[in-house]
Design a protein around this ligand. Structure first.
Ligand code: CP
Length: 304
């Protein structure tokens, strides 16, 4: 690999798995800096062009990247597959190469399949940021989750984090597992048998719902119906009874426990409506924290 290719690669963010703990700390510290800025607009990156390329739907990730980019003065190109030549059969690779040929300086990419982003990053000369690829990784979500935890507890080391729900289909669970483990937190999972991820069993143990609710952080996951083979979720009501954060279960949490969820939320399935905005919930603060996190990630991608 040439020196230039190595530099481009180090400015990409394909997954938390590839980051050192010191790089995670640097991003979180830079996030705190951006969060502390009173001015909404600090156009330090105004000569840069970034394309947000979403081949799968998004609200939070897409708009918080756009917000972050605009706050830094980046010239933003928004691409959505449904309104593009992807509909005519153009490939993901040809789409990214097209925008690269036009002169973008970095790309934010969300993809349905896992593993394709890595291959793509090896073929282009610009940094790529993973905005979620299949069930593989969602690195900026894990960074904003870790930032939210660090803001509440001061540090990540020693925290117990329970990730509850559809682990099998969750890139959020995977990125948080890699990131939190690197930072010295203890991650445990709780899931129905048909939503477990067998390949992760060497990295995190499965515990009962009762045990999971004793953690410092209770992170509920969305039941990802769009990724399910038929019949995985037999009854939403039964799921809620066994694995949902119901009002009754939330009332029994320690007062210091925080409730998280990457959203979108299936209200009254994995989490009760009344719990979503309860005093212990950090669900909307997570979304707020997504903007400075993505400012830090964008700054890292575009600094030479
Ligand atoms: N948390 C998350 O990735 O949400 P979106 O799918 O809306 O981006």
């Amino acid at each position: 690999m040439t020196m230039t290719a190595t530099k481009v690669k180090s400015r990409s963010l394909l997954g938390i798995k590839e980051l050192d703990p010191s790089e995670i700390v640097d991003i979180l510290n830079r996030t705190a800096y951006w969060e502390s800025q009173k001015d909404k607009l600090t156009p330090v990156l105004n000569s840069h062009f970034v394309a947000n390329m979403f081949f799968e739907n998004s609200t939070r990730t897409r708009f918080s990247f756009e917000m972050a980019e605009k706050r830094l003065g980046v010239q933003v190109l928004n691409f959505s597959a449904a309104a593009s030549s992807v509909e005519k059969g153009e490939s993901i690779y040809d789409t990214v190469r097209t925008l690269e040929s036009m002169g973008i300086d970095a790309g934010v990419v969300r993809l349905k399949p896992a593993g394709v982003l890595q291959q793509l990053a090896e073929k282009v000369q610009i940094p790529l940021i993973n905005a979620g690829d299949g069930n593989n990784e969602h690195p900026t979500q894990a960074l904003l989750d870790m930032y939210t935890m660090r803001k509440t507890f001061g540090e990540l080391k020693g925290l117990t984090v329970s990730i509850i729900g559809d682990i099998m289909h969750s890139r959020v669970a995977r990125s948080n597992l890699w990131g939190l483990s690197k930072m010295g937190a203890n991650v445990q999972f709780c899931a129905p048998d048909n939503m477990k991820a067998p390949e992760l069993e060497a990295h995190a143990s499965y515990v009962s719902m009762e045990e999971a609710l004793k953690a410092d952080v209770v992170m509920m996951l969305r039941v990802q119906l769009e990724r399910h083979a038929t019949g995985i979720l037999k009854s939403a009501e039964e799921y809620r009874k066994q694995f949902g954060l119901t009002e009754e279960r939330a009332a029994g949490l320690s007062k210091n426990t925080i409730i998280m969820h990457p959203a979108p939320v299936n209200r009254n399935v994995e989490i009760d409506d009344a719990v979503v905005e309860s005093s212990q919930s950090r669900i909307f603060p997570q979304m707020s924290n997504g903007v400075p996190v993505r400012m830090a990630v964008m700054e890292r991608a575009l600094s030479h």
